[in-house]
Design a protein around this ligand. Structure first.
Ligand SMILES: CC(C)(COP(=O)(O)OP(=O)(O)OC[C@H]1O[C@@H](n2cnc3c(N)ncnc32)[C@H](O)[C@@H]1OP(=O)(O)O)[C@@H](O)C(=O)NCCC(=O)NCCS
Length: 164
């Protein structure tokens, strides 16, 4: 299993997964546009040539916004989401991020639990952000501080990974 940067040639497969996973899927065009932006990083987890998950991060000044995160249904609860999010946070930190943010469906408590493990906490709500559903806005602040580095080390240890 490898984690690597998403390339343009991955986009058709990612867009297919996107349609299976999300009620309001991003189109292939949106992914192509995202990959063309210099302040975005998209990654995929691949096993035997098959994409099992993907995620993205956008850096604006010192705020990094997790734009998407998904694992294919048959491979959930195997820490792939954690691996992808860790890789995105590492990219964000390498790019100079000091704070992380994201939106998540108010009903998506599974994803919220994952984000809480990465130090995200709810700070507000965007009413009707998704069709017919509110979004919870979550932030993890001061991720450039030693304390957050310690949290990431614990996550790496739990994955059996060496500290970056
Ligand atoms: C959210 C998502 C990416 C998690 O991926 P994953 O690979 O299953 O996550 P992990 O195995 O790394 O889970 C890490 C932790 O998150 C929490 N978690 C994840 N899925 C959970 C679930 N179904 N129920 C309860 N807790 C869950 C748990 O705390 C879990 O740790 P544990 O397994 O030790 O209890 C995946 O469920 C998914 O793709 N969902 C659909 C798309 C989506 O909602 N994306 C987020 C949009 S904001």
């Amino acid at each position: 299993m490898t984690i690597r940067t998403m390339s343009r040639s991955d986009v058709p497969a990612v867009a297919t997964l996107e349609r299976e996973i999300y009620p309001e899927p991003w189109s292939a065009r949106i992914f192509f546009d995202e990959l063309a932006q210099s302040n975005r990083t998209y990654i995929v987890v691949v096993n035997d040539g098959e994409i099992l998950g993907y995620g993205g991060v956008m850096l604006i000044e010192d705020d990094a916004h997790i734009t998407t995160l998904a694992v294919v249904p048959g491979f959930r609860r195997m820490r792939l989401g954690t691996r992808i999010l860790l890789a995105l946070v590492e990219k964000a930190l390498a790019g100079g991020a000091r704070h992380l943010t994201l939106e998540v469906r108010a009903t998506n408590t599974d994803a919220q639990k994952l984000y809480e493990r990465f130090g995200f906490g709810p700070v507000g709500k965007r009413k009707g952000y998704y069709a017919g559903e509110d979004a919870i806005v979550m932030w993890a602040l001061d991720v450039d501080a030693d304390e957050y580095g310690g949290l990431l080390d614990e996550i790496r240890l739990s994955l059996g990974r060496e500290a970056a």
